[in-house]
Design a protein around this ligand. Structure first.
Ligand SMILES: *[C@@H]1O[C@H](CO)[C@@H](O)[C@H](O)[C@H]1NC(C)=O
Ligand SMILES: *[C@@H]1O[C@H](CO)[C@@H](O)[C@H](O)[C@H]1NC(C)=O
Ligand SMILES: *[C@@H]1O[C@H](CO)[C@@H](O)[C@H](O)[C@H]1NC(C)=O
Length: 257
């Protein structure tokens, strides 16, 4: 090859590389095709009894716009994740759809999401369109992962009622923010910084037996699905030495989106 041909080949290769990079980056915003169904929930609320075990938080989070997930539940790792879900029937469906938080596990008729009935109807352009969607029961949808945002709340630790001080500690993490998963949790003794990894026992519930003693500093590993990026978040507030079953502790941090 003479020099000018080599140069052309090089430039073409660069263009190709650039194009694949662009495709890869825009695809983090891509929607995935699927289906959604609904379950009936009164009072415009979510559910306190979802498999994630969020408790009362599962009923009130995100104004009650919540969903059960099948594959996206991911053995509990998907608990607390937010998705934009919109149905695809142009006659009834709005472009924006709804933003839901995963609080439960469940599947029905090849669906990825089972929304509450009020959330399902919100995918409609109008109340009447929402009623028509409800009448269909199961609809084609598109979804994508989005950041969870709770501007008026810090990440909060809710100690499980079944915890037994000082032998057994279980908790769930409320107001998980951003678009990353919490894939590991550590508790560290603040005196000597010896740390222990917790187990995800089920849903969003983290457990350790026996827990470290003294005032406890919590660390959460946030893992990104697209960029493979991992960050340990270390809140400013500790869990007090004599933590109590049923209590909530504000970690004092929000995760920048
Ligand atoms: C959802 O279902 C409950 C219980 O059946 C019902 O009371 C409520 O009106 C329904 N909401 C909507 C928006 O359809
Ligand atoms: C760290 O300190 C706690 C109490 O302050 C003690 O129980 C524990 O054994 C210590 N751990 C190590 C590894 O020294
Ligand atoms: C969040 O934590 C900060 C301390 O880091 C505190 O000043 C703030 O009031 C907390 N926000 C809420 C909504 O509780």
């Amino acid at each position: 090859m003479d020099l000018s041909l080599k140069l052309v080949a090089f430039l073409l290769a660069c263009l190709f590389l650039r194009k694949t990079q662009i495709d890869a980056s825009t695809c983090s915003d891509c929607f995935t095709q699927s289906r959604a169904a609904y379950y009936s929930s009164s009072d415009e609320k979510g559910t306190e009894t979802g498999a994630c075990e969020f408790g009362s938080f599962g009923a009130t989070i995100n104004g009650g716009d919540v969903s059960a997930a099948s594959d996206l539940y991911r053995d509990g790792v998907g608990c607390g994740a937010c998705y934009q879900v919109r149905c695809t029937n142009a006659k009834y469906c709005s472009d924006k759809g709804v933003t839901v938080v995963i609080t439960d596990s469940g599947s029905s008729d090849h669906t990825d999401f089972i929304l509450t009935n009020h959330t399902f109807s919100k995918m409609g352009q109008t109340t009447d369109a929402g009623a028509s969607l409800l009448a269909l029961g199961v609809v084609d949808i598109q979804y994508r992962r989005v950041s969870c945002s709770y501007p008026t709340h810090n990440i909060t630790i809710k100690i499980d009622e079944n915890s037994n001080y000082p032998h057994y500690l279980a908790f769930v993490i409320w107001y998980q923010q951003g678009n990353k998963d919490i894939t590991a949790v550590q508790l560290c003794e603040t005196q000597n910084f010896s740390c222990k990894l917790l187990d995800r026992s089920h849903g969003a519930v983290w457990t350790i037996s026996p827990p470290p003693t003294g005032e406890l500093s919590i660390r959460m590993l946030l893992s990104g699905s697209d960029d493979g990026d991992e960050t340990w978040v270390v809140p400013v507030n500790n869990i007090p030495q004599e933590w109590k079953a049923g209590a909530t502790y504000d970690t004092g941090v929000q995760v920048a989106l």
